[in-house]
Design a protein around this ligand. Structure first.
Ligand code: ZN
Length: 496
């Protein structure tokens, strides 16, 4: 169900409020300690002073008006210095307070925010609404009530704003969260591939599937080492391609998105304990974010072509599972000594990055819930960013600040390779100690991207308890909004 948004280029009036059951109001932070003027502001001031308050600090505040419809107002002030992350977080909070009543219609108004802040605030609330109304898969017999919201009216805009990017990002994020929520017996690599095929048809992407036979021909021994632990032969690499009509048949600038799609991670023969294994169906979130980003870029109809490579497998324990001290050869000829079978993500990504590089895109971006070390370093509030183009670090940070999906960069200098030196192979897969594993994983993966500009996102913010920024669910789908901003807002393709 799509939420319709109607934009009105005037301030909200008393009549507008009197006909609305649910209203979200965002006000400029006043210079004095009083609250700015808007219809019913005198009444709100009165109510606040009865509670012993002089202003709207410590909000959001909720008020029920004694008009005919009993309008429920949820309001908050916004400062010009409010970051996009704070704005999105506030938006999630405001939206939750109104959606608890499950309204069909909602009014969203800004008062005195000015052009830029009003636009940012509206985008934030609309993004929060589109995330909150999306029904994530639920297998309870008693389903939670479906969100009824169909119409949102906007007031107080200085000019009409284009919300198509907000919609596209929401479509991508909702898809990523949907896929990541599905239980591992339902989203096996085979089922996942069928869902991806449906999307390819819907969006007009070309698609191919490299099954294990094809991967054996390509000598993709790193991917196959992980896949061999599964009794079924569902694992493989899906390759999708979006081409804008203008560049069909021509070689345009290409972005390659690569995603880790481990549909369940037991840890392999180095089996995880129950506490660490619980939730490991989410280990495919990187691939879901890559797929969601492709959806968003397609809906925006970006003028450059996009390749998307999804590495789908499970990491299971069984008689054929790979094991410590195995030596395997990746498709680019690199020999790898296995150190820990729970470091499977970098194994499947190695061959997938190698394949993506062969097509010589201008930029590769990979997404993976890759290391616990990244979570230890950043918590689940930020994701880690790594690149082989250190000149782009400011753009990487700025894309996080502007999108509200925050990343922080880590170093990945060449001398870290010393830790991965192997006695028997070109490289060790990881170390047993695990110190700076997020950085060592990057050094390992760096061997498979050739000289192509590359950004690696370690999705430590892929699951944050209680939700993050505008997203109300633990599973955040972090990365879609970030990547769209990086490509379109920061125009990263002109800088690589
Ligand atoms: Zn693992």
């Amino acid at each position: 169900m799509k939420v319709k948004i109607k934009q009105t280029l005037r301030e909200i009036s008393t009549t507008d409020i009197d006909t609305a059951e649910n209203l979200i109001l965002l006000l400029a932070e006043p210079k004095t300690s009083t609250i700015p003027d808007f219809p019913y502001s005198a009444l709100i001031k009165q109510r606040l002073s009865r509670q012993g308050k002089k202003d709207l600090s410590g909000g959001p505040h909720a008020f029920d008006l004694l008009n005919e419809v009993g309008t429920r107002i949820v309001l908050s002030t916004v400062k010009l210095t409010t970051s996009q992350f704070e704005l999105l977080t506030l938006a999630r909070n405001l939206v939750a307070q109104q959606l608890a009543f499950n309204p069909k219609k909602l009014i969203l108004a800004t008062v005195g925010l000015g052009d830029d802040l009003a636009t940012r605030a509206i985008d934030a609330v609309v993004a929060a609404l589109l995330a909150a109304v999306y029904p994530l898969p639920s297998f309870k017999r008693k389903k939670p009530p479906e969100k009824q919201l169909t119409t949102v009216r906007l007031f107080g805009l200085p000019r009409k704003i284009n919300l198509s990017r907000t919609y596209a990002e929401a479509a991508g994020n909702n898809l990523a969260r949907h896929m990541t929520t599905l239980p591992p017996n339902m989203l096996t690599p085979g089922h996942y591939r069928k869902e991806i095929q449906k999307l390819a048809k819907q969006y007009g992407w070309t698609s191919e599937f490299l099954d294990q036979r094809a991967l054996r021909q390509k000598k993709a021994g790193a991917f196959l080492a992980v896949a061999q632990g599964s009794q079924n032969d569902e694992a493989g690499i899906v390759h999708l391609r979006y081409e804008p009509s203008a560049t069909k048949g021509k070689k345009g600038t290409r972005v390659a998105l690569v995603g880790k799609g481990i549909c369940f991670d037991t840890g392999g023969t180095n089996l995880k304990p129950a506490k660490s294994m619980h939730g490991m169906h989410e280990d495919m979130e990187g691939s879901a974010v890559a797929l969601g980003t492709l959806v968003a870029l397609t809906e925006i109809n970006v003028p450059f072509s996009v390749d998307c490579w999804l590495a789908l497998s499970e990491n299971l324990i069984g008689p054929r599972s790979y094991k410590q001290n195995d030596v395997v050869t990746a498709s680019n000829g690199t020999t790898i000594e296995i150190v820990h079978t729970d470091a499977e993500g970098r194994m499947i990504l190695a061959d997938t990055l190698s394949l993506a590089s062969k097509a010589r895109p201008a930029l590769i971006i990979d997404f993976a819930t890759l290391t616990g070390a990244c979570v230890y370093a950043l918590s689940t509030r930020y994701s880690g960013a790594f690149t082989n183009r250190t000149g782009l670090i400011n753009e990487l940070i700025d894309a996080g600040r502007t999108s509200g999906e925050r990343v922080w960069p880590f170093p990945s200098d060449e001398d870290f390779d010393d830790e991965l030196a192997s006695q028997v192979a070109d490289v060790k897969q990881c170390t047993l100690g695990g110190e700076a594993d997020h950085i060592l994983a990057t050094r390992f993966l760096n061997r498979f991207v050739d000289d192509i500009a590359w950004l690696h996102l370690d999705l430590s913010a892929g699951n944050h308890k209680g939700g993050l920024a505008h997203i109300p669910s633990n599973i955040t789908g972090f990365g879609v909004r970030y990547t769209v901003e990086l490509l379109l807002g920061q125009k990263i393709l002109t800088k690589v």
